[in-house]
Design a protein around this ligand. Sequence first.
Ligand SMILES: [Zn+2]
Length: 272
Amino acid sequence: MFYKKIISFVVILISTSFAFSNETTFNGKFVQGGIVIGQNKLAKKVFFNDKLLQISKDGFFIFGFGRDHKSSSTLKIIKDNRDDILKYNLNIEKSIYKIEKINGLPGKMVTPGPEFYKKINKDRALIKKSMNEKYIVDEFPLTFIKPTEGRISGIYGSQRILNGVKKNPHGGLDIAAPEGTPIRATAKGKVILATKGLYYTGNIVIIDHGYDIKSMYIHMKDISIKTGVLVEQGQTIGTVGSTGRSTGPHLHWNIYWNKVRINPKHLLTISK
Ligand SMILES: [Zn+2]
C-alpha cells in the first residue's frame, strides 16, 4: 500500500489563499540519504532548491538528499494559477554513519596498480555517459522492491578505512547471497547499461526509472537483459556474483536521484 503522510511544515504562503495549504502530501523521510515522494494534484511546476522536478499526471514528484546534504532546503510548488505558490522550508535531519576499519588486506585490494588506471578511467567514462541519459516516461514509479534476498552485509554511508587509508563512503546496500541467486528490477524502467568486465564494478546493470531515479546493480555473475530494453518491476535481470572488486558473492545496489546516491533502505520504506 502506498502510505500517504501529511506533514505540516512552516508554509509560507505567497498567495493570499490559505485554503490549499495542506494539500501537498509527502511520503518519506527528510533525512540525509532520504527520499521523498510528494503529491499535489494542482502542481504545475515543482522546484527542489533550484531543480525543476518532473510531475506526473496525478501530481506526483520525487526528490532526495545525499549522504551529506545540508540541513535546510526549499520546495516550491507553483499551482495552476501562477500567483498561487507554496513554499516549504525543509529541515533535513543529520544521519550518523558507521566507520568501518578493515586492516590486513592485500595492498592491491586497497589501491589498484598504475597498470589499471587506463581501464578504470574508461569504465568511469562509460558509467558517466549512461548516467547522463534521461528516460522520460509519464508512469510514476510509486513502489520499489528489494532486488534480491539475503543478508545485509554493507550499508549506505559507511566510511571505510582500509589498511589505514580513508576510502570513499559506501554508497549502496550490499546484499550477500549465493552466487546465481536471481536479481530483479526494483521498478519498471529502461536498461541504460548492461555490460561486463568493469574493473571495480565487474558485471553491471543500470536501469533508469524516469523522474531522475536510477538503480545500479554491481558485481553480477550473469546478465540476462541488454542495454536499451524496457523491463518490468520484478523482472529478472541477472544473478548475484562476485565480479570486479569484490570479496565474495553479493549484490551491491545503488539508488540515484538526480545522480546523487541516496539510501536504498529509505526507498524500500516508502514502498510499504
Ligand atoms: Zn557495496
